[in-house]
Write a protein that binds this ligand. Sequence first.
Ligand SMILES: *Cc1c(COP(=O)(O)O)cnc(C)c1O
Length: 420
Amino acid sequence: MNVTHTAGVNRNDLLAIHGGKSIIGEKDTANTSLRWGQPEVTAVTNALREDSLFYWKHKSVKLLTARFQRHCPLEYVTPCSSGTAALHIALIAAGIAPGDEIITSPITDMGTVIGMLYQQGVPVFADLEPYSYNLDPAAVEAAITPRTRAIMAVHLCGNPCDMQALRAIADRHELVLIEDAAQAWGAEYRGRPVGTLGDIACFSFNDFKHVSCGDGGIVASSNEAYGRRLQKAADKGYDRVSGNRMVEELAPCYRMSALQASVAAAQMERVREIAGIRNRLGTQLREGVASIPGLRPHAVRDDDYCSFWFSMTRIDPDAFSCSRDTLVKALQAEGLPCSGGYIAVPLYRYPAFQNGNFFSGRWPLREAGLTDMDYKKVDCPEAEAILETAINIPVNESMDEAWIRLVLEALHKVASHFQV
Ligand SMILES: *Cc1c(COP(=O)(O)O)cnc(C)c1O
């Protein structure tokens, strides 16, 4: 990738935040693309022609399952009500019991840990790699205790985790490896679709994800023991396959309706294209950022395919005369819709964790002596530093190469102005 984005910009150009002309103008705004088209309209209409919208046996749920399997070839597939639900179902299927520890990332959606807490498991946060923003396998290994039962690998931003290393750790310690692929539709680890690398895969169709049906999720596995439990774990413990309603185990009701499935099935046809555009533009952005002093691009391994749910660029704080937040404000003034970091703080800093307030001010697990976890004592310095020094730049399928060139021009202009 050449660096033509630097042409015509120099450190004397007046920043827009100081009254200069912005790099990105009204006319340059990324195209708006319609997320739903005729295929979704037709699918919903057809779904409504059936007498029942119940998920079990409905055509649209079968279609969604088949299309998902084409994309991510796993044997047992259960569509469900959200990504959070998919993750909770995975933990039930994996047999997580009170006091069991699950090692995961401190920079993720709250949905990653909700199921852990409801199952009376203990989220254990391990620190991250500095530029991929994914779990650092060495930190995962160091976090293992006799109570560890699972690793929940979050492919943040659609960037695959180091699955070979995590798989080796899981195998060595007999842990279940669950993939939170909510942000990773279309991503590939060494040529294999994410979701096929761990024991159980979880995806989200919420409104902000690559593909959506408003809200929805899908959980899948090729492991027979876990796979066979997925459907029951999503449907009150009722076994729809055998028809057995003698409930053997507590399970929530996280069913997906046939209407959701009809839209999700239509959206599955777009995954490859959407991931392809995001991969191309995110890579262009990464390569351009690499040539701007003081900025560190989002790290993606050469043999991986990142589907860029968004992208994060880290700054070297010593390279600039101003704070990250000032850089963000200056970039916004240039017309770049960026923001600082991702979530405000690592998950363990949320008041619910700090105060152990999981069940009406209480945490029965701790009261019963089944864990001595105190989230006030948790510290993941790299995760903290990532959130303090990252600039979040959206990448999506409504954008094109010309847009990314403007983004890079804005980054170059602002960065060179504040360089020390
Ligand atoms: C979106 C998301 C979830 C939760 O998905 P929902 O469908 O909103 O419940 C879980 N984990 C990650 C990493 C996510 O980005």
